[in-house]
Ligand binder design. Structure first.
Ligand code: GUN
Length: 291
């Protein structure tokens, strides 16, 4: 069994980006600038956004973290987004999800300029992805594709089962795995809460991508020997023995599934860091598009 080491791979990617940023700076070009907007005090979201800002520092990007109160109105948030759309300083930005219930996420996503939408969530960018046109790929699916690519995992003609149909992971992932690409050309089955006989389907899978946010959902009896498993889950569970008071669990029962796998991502240190590396790649792409 080989661990798909997202931490190391994301560090490799960030090192490559850092070299390109140095080249831009040496040529007197603008430093790439990512802004991140966070609304409220969701602990997990704050952790992710802080990690994104830290990654900017590492690769040499400028970054701005915009913290807005939970009580902000939709109108005020939309006006902040318009400001970022117009900014000549900011090359790309993200609005961390989820947002408070009184704010319409679709409205927010639609308000972000597709040219600065480094999360790849705008319908125009998702449409471009479906059509195989140049675009910003959504960061988590893009990170998974990068990880499979850098570990030379053969995907062509394989049965790939995606568990979970979220707009930001499962659904775009299913499209990327079926595209005619080096990582792609799979026969994809997208499964969800209404899927019948899930175990019969997962047992036939050569590649399983689990993104439903249910801790330790995928168990050893659901997979065949030699499967490649990508675990997107990150559920916090109380653990008084940890300084933080919690530990992270994936969607895969790692200890029992891993021995059956040819490759598997750990949690933490698998998909999470790759998401951040992809965001850095998209931000570099945003400034190259502007140039
Ligand atoms: N919440 C969970 N994942 C993501 C992501 O990739 N981008 C944003 N903006 N919010 C998220």
């Amino acid at each position: 069994m080989i661990l798909l080491d997202g931490k190391k791979t994301s560090n490799d990617i960030k090192d490559e980006i850092a070299v390109k940023v140095q080249e831009l700076k040496a040529a007197g070009k603008k430093t790439p600038h990512l802004a991140a907007v966070i609304v409220g005090n969701n602990g997990a979201s704050l952790t992710y956004v802080n990690a994104k800002v830290k990654a900017c520092e590492r690769v040499g990007f400028d970054s701005t973290l915009i913290k807005l109160p939970e009580t902000i109105t939709e109108e005020e948030l939309l006006s902040k987004i318009e400001e970022l759309n117009k900014s000549t300083e900011v090359d790309g930005f993200i609005v961390q999800l989820p947002l408070p219930a009184h704010i319409d996420e679709h409205k927010v996503t639609l308000a972000i300029s597709p040219y600065k939408d480094v999360d790849g969530f705008h319908p125009e960018n998702l449409g471009r992805m479906v059509l195989d046109l140049p675009t910003f790929l959504p960061a988590t699916p893009y990170g998974i594709v990068q990880l499979l690519d850098r570990y030379d995992i053969e995907t062509s003609g394989k049965n790939c089962v995606v568990i979970g149909r979220s707009h930001i992971v499962g659904s775009p992932m299913s499209i990327l795995m079926s595209r005619n690409n080096k990582v792609g050309n799979c026969t994809v089955t997208l499964t969800h809460s209404r899927t019948k006989n899930l175990k019969d389907i997962t047992k036939e899978a050569d590649i399983i991508i689990v993104a439903l946010g249910k801790a330790e959902f995928l168990t050893a009896d659901m997979v065949k020997d030699g499967v490649v498993v990508v675990d997107v889950g990150i559920t916090r569970v109380d653990d008084p023995s940890k300084k933080s008071g919690f530990r992270l669990l994936g969607d895969v029962k790692f200890d029992e599934v891993a021995p059956k796998c040819s490759h598997i991502t750990p949690v933490p240190g698998g998909v999470g860091p790759m998401t951040i590396a992809s965001l850095m790649m998209n931000t570099l792409q945003a400034i190259e598009n502007r140039n």
